[in-house]
Design a binder for this molecule. Structure first.
Ligand code: SF4
Ligand code: F3S
Length: 104
């Protein structure tokens, strides 16, 4: 599966949802997540993210993000259409420690 990671938070560009063939993105207030049981591993969303926030879970150190994606995909609503990024997306792009400060 692919997972959404830290840098989506406070940016939420949503380019990713438009290309997913199985519509497996779910939306929180500040970030999206991917449902790991629905993702078919096609990889097309990864290069679409302007914030470079989408990763294959085969990369090392992503165990936390796999759990976050799994847990919140069950709780948050599905999103399939692109919308405007969050207002300060450019400012927050690349900021560190976003999970600790702004996750929701
Ligand atoms: Fe959707 Fe493919 Fe991205 Fe998985 S890898 S979330 S199936 S676009
Ligand atoms: Fe987030 Fe990137 Fe999608 S910032 S909403 S994972 S395009």
């Amino acid at each position: 599966t692919y997972v959404v990671t830290d840098n989506c938070i406070k940016c939420k560009y949503t380019d990713c949802v438009e290309v997913c063939p199985v519509d497996c993105f779910y939306e929180g207030e500040n970030m999206l997540v991917i449902h790991p049981d629905e993702c078919i591993d096609c990889g097309v969303c990864e290069p679409e993210c302007p914030a470079d926030a989408i990763r294959p879970d085969t990369e090392s150190g992503l165990e936390k993000w796999l759990e976050v994606n799994k847990q919140y995909a069950e709780a948050w609503p599905n999103i399939t259409q692109k919308k405007d990024p969050l207002p300060d997306a450019e400012e927050f792009d690349g900021e560190s420690g976003k999970y600790e400060k702004f996750f929701s």
